[in-house]
Design a protein around this ligand. Structure first.
Ligand code: ATP
Ligand code: MG
Length: 762
């Protein structure tokens, strides 16, 4: 069995355990994804029909990569394996079964923008205050309900939810939820959460359908299981109920999607659901150097809620973790870009050996600017998808309405684009008439004399409806490319863009060409039978920026949020913006649970690195147009200082940022009084516990006071904000980089960097 040679004994055992329930909960980089990949190959090689295997991954990219690897191991059979994200796999199944739950098979998938637009219309109709009922809040509430399989009927019945809604001054949420669901249903549209919610409904209401898929998917595997929500958990549980050949892999320490309903309990429940479960432990990290693994372990050890794991690396110690301090976000970008250029030249690496990871998308700007200045090629992952651009969405809206005329959001988007003289008043009348007559707006458009008797309706409305009906005929009879081109031309969209000679206009025109080229390629593909435009359209709403990557193999530095770096690895990783209120984010400071999720996020970031990890922070940063002072993140304080290599010699700032001087306590302050940080007073006041954002603001200054430990001497008693009381055993290094080894009563010995330590002398 040569093909299993690249596995250690424990991994091999997990791969070979092909029947019955299997769970692998193991630390980052221990080969969980590799085990799934080899396990699938092993199933196929052992004679399991590849059509009977279902693998659920977290991103489309992950499933593409996995399929490539499996193809190398088993050949073209790999093509038949069902593999993809929950959303893409179950939207395919819903396309086949939709009529059973009252949806058309060519239902539209509403993206977040569509959902928000529907909600805005509902809030307007209901005359609700859009500050109290902000679209984002309402959408989150509906999404959370769906992910917990709470229908609008149950939502309205549930006293507890009602009480919560009333106490939060939003008593109408249940009605909004109901209207939203009914609107989407009328439009023949499902939003992202519906793809899972409706799958559950389908499997619950139709035992024969459930039975069909239970027998089809004889073998199930789920990667990144720690980030499944209740809706996903239940789908998997139901599908696996007959054969129980289910293998899930995950790492509780990497659960970072609780804010989207992911539930770590799913891992714990798994054991209860399958008493015969076989659990495999993988302890060796094959990805990273020992220093990186040790740092990761020291970070996650600060979380109370975690399954104990042993993770070690047998690789070399490697470089220590470099910490860089910048006096501003722009300077941070510059330091990171320069470090990358330097590392690449001295170590002979390629650009794609480097990744820059950040907490929030907004941080990419300073990084991009700095990379551009140095002529460094880079690519931002997870940014605005190609399919999210306005012009692309416009043309796709024409396609959508061609196949599903009930699609109200598509109709609203294109009925007067390009301009054809159908004003807002007319559109409002159409929508109202649709509501009153319980029909779709399209039916009103197609027959205005019936639904809007006595109204003077522009002849453009009829012309529009004739045009769409013409598109429907073409789409039925022509190839995807011919139909798409016809629609782009005859809708007037191509001409409209062509006539816009601005740079942006040109760009938009090129994007449409690009989309048409993509459809042409699709029309000419030989590996698929159905090549209509409707088939091309099916998964578009689920695609992300990364899926449309023409230059997949281009040699570029990768920029992405930590959330999107899940499962990936890079030789060198730069984690930037390690500052209080940014990472951990301000939103997380109110509860231990949220803070622990931020810490897991930091753990994910750190464990992406193979051979070198660099962490940076800025002491000031522009936020909403104002320059603010920043404190180093508490996470820096938590890293065992023996693994750190500090480079805190930020260069002198450019003159135009005012004159700054270096303050011994890691703060740059401006001498022109604009944002000088208060000088710390020597004090031994006890640290204030974090309870709320307001209290946190207090802690920032309080902890600054107590961390003034310049008089610290061996033998002194100290108190640390979290580690409690301890005694100083030794001090080493020079100011301002003094490291103290302290024996804490509760947790034992720890080495801390005084600069970051929230320490007071007692
Ligand atoms: P994460 O938790 O980040 O998703 P993971 O547990 O899924 O990590 P993998 O991505 O499967 O880990 O593996 C990490 C790296 O270690 C990969 O480069 C993989 O090829 C390598 N690796 C895993 N197991 C072995 C092994 N037995 N021999 C050699 N390399 C291995
Ligand atoms: Mg993985």
């Amino acid at each position: 069995m040569d093909y299993l040679e690249g596995l250690n004994p424990e991994q091999k055992a997990a791969v070979k355990q092909i029947s019955g329930p299997v769970m692998i909960i193991a630390g980052a980089g221990s080969g969980k994804t590799r085990v799934i990949t080899f396990r699938v190959a092993h199933l196929v090689r052992s004679g399991v029909d590849s059509f009977n295997i279902l693998v659920l991954t977290f991103t489309n990219k992950a499933s593409r990569e996995m399929r490539e690897r499996i193809t190398k191991l088993v050949g073209p059979e790999a093509k038949n394996i069902w593999m993809g994200t929950f959303h893409s796999v179950f939207s395919k199944i819903l396309r086949v079964e939709a009529d059973k739950i009252g949806y058309p098979n060519n239902f539209t998938i509403y993206d977040t923008d569509d959902s928000k637009s529907v909600l805005r219309a509902i809030l307007k109709e209901m005359n609700l205050d859009d500050k109290l009922y902000s679209v984002n809040v309402v959408l989150n509430r509906i999404s959370a309900a769906k992910n917990n399989l709470v229908s609008w009927i149950e939502y309205q019945k549930n006293d507890q939810i009602q009480a919560d809604d009333i106490s939060s001054n939003r008593p109408m949420l249940g009605t909004i939820y109901q209207n939203y669901v009914q609107r989407c249903y009328r439009a023949g549209a499902m939003d992202f959460d519906d793809l899972l919610f409706k799958t559950n409904e389908l499997l619950k209401l139709y035992p024969d359908v459930l039975n069909k898929y239970q027998h089809k998917f004889k073998y199930l595997m789920v990667d990144e299981y720690q980030d499944t929500n209740f809706s996903q958990y239940l789908i998997v549980k139901k599908l696996a109920a007959v054969n129980e050949n289910i293998c899930v892999v995950g790492d509780d320490a990497q659960s970072i999607y609780a804010f989207r309903g992911a539930n770590i309990q799913n891992i714990l429940n798994f054991e209860k659901d399958y008493p015969d479960l076989k659990i495999f432990k993988l302890e060796q990290n094959y990805r990273s150097t020992q220093n990186i693994v040790n740092v990761a372990n020291s970070i996650i050890a600060n979380n109370k809620e975690q399954l104990k794991k042993n993770v070690f690396s047998e690789k070399e110690n490697g470089d220590k973790i470099k910490v860089m301090r910048a006096y501003s976000d722009n300077e941070e970008g510059k330091l990171v870009a320069e470090a990358i250029v330097h590392e690449r030249t001295t170590k002979g690496l390629k650009w794609n050996a480097f990744a820059i990871l950040y907490r929030t998308n907004a941080q990419s700007r300073s990084m991009e600017e700095a990379l551009r200045k140095l002529g460094t090629p880079y690519k931002i992952y997870g940014g605005l998808s190609f399919y999210q651009r306005k012009e692309i969405k416009d043309l796709i809206a024409y396609f959508r309405i061609t196949f599903n005329p009930a699609d109200e959001e598509a109709l609203k988007r294109v009925i007067n684009y390009p301009r054809r003289g159908i004003g807002d008043t007319t559109i409002d009348k159409i929508i109202v008439a649709a509501d009153q007559n319980q029909v779709t707006p399209w039916e009103v458009v197609a027959d205005p004399t019936r639904y809007l008797p006595g109204e003077r309706i522009s002849s453009s409305v009829s012309a529009f409806s004739m045009m769409i009906q013409g598109f429907q005929v073409i789409a039925r009879n022509k190839s995807a490319y011919e139909a798409a081109l016809h629609i782009a031309q005859h809708s007037g969209l191509l001409k409209d863009l062509y006539e816009d000679k601005s740079v942006e206009g040109l760009n938009r025109y090129e994007n449409i060409q690009e989309l048409l080229n993509g459809i042409k390629e699709f029309s000419e593909r030989e590996d698929i039978e159905e090549k209509g435009l409707d088939v091309f359209m099916q998964d578009i709403a689920l695609l992300t920026n990364d899926d449309n990557d023409k230059n997949k193999d281009a040699d570029t530095v990768s920029l992405m949020t930590i959330h999107s770096s899940k499962g990936l690895e890079f030789p060198q990783v730069y984690v930037v913006g390690l500052e209080e209120n940014l990472f951990p984010s301000q939103m997380s400071l109110n509860s231990r649970t949220d803070l622990e999720e931020e810490r897991r996020l930091f753990y994910v970031a750190v464990t992406r690195a193979q051979s070198k990890l660099t962490i940076s922070y800025a002491t000031s940063r522009f936020k909403f147009g104002t320059l603010i002072n920043c404190e180093p993140s508490r996470f820096l304080d938590e890293i065992d200082a023996q693994y750190l290599d500090l480079d805190l010699t930020a260069k002198q700032p450019a003159n135009n940022v005012g004159s700054l001087h270096y303050d011994e306590r890691s703060a740059w302050s401006r001498t022109d009084d604009k944002f000088t940080r208060p000088k710390p007073k020597a004090t031994t006041a006890p640290p204030v516990k974090t309870t709320s954002i307001l209290a946190k603001a207090h802690v920032v200054s309080a902890s600054f006071k107590v961390s003034d430990t310049s008089n610290l001497q061996v033998g002194m008693q100290v108190e640390h904000e979290r580690f409690g009381f301890g005694k100083v055993i030794s001090l080493e290094g020079n100011k301002p980089d003094v490291k103290a080894t302290i024996f804490f009563k509760e947790i034992g010995q720890k080495q801390l960097l005084l600069k970051f330590a929230k320490l007071s002398i007692v």
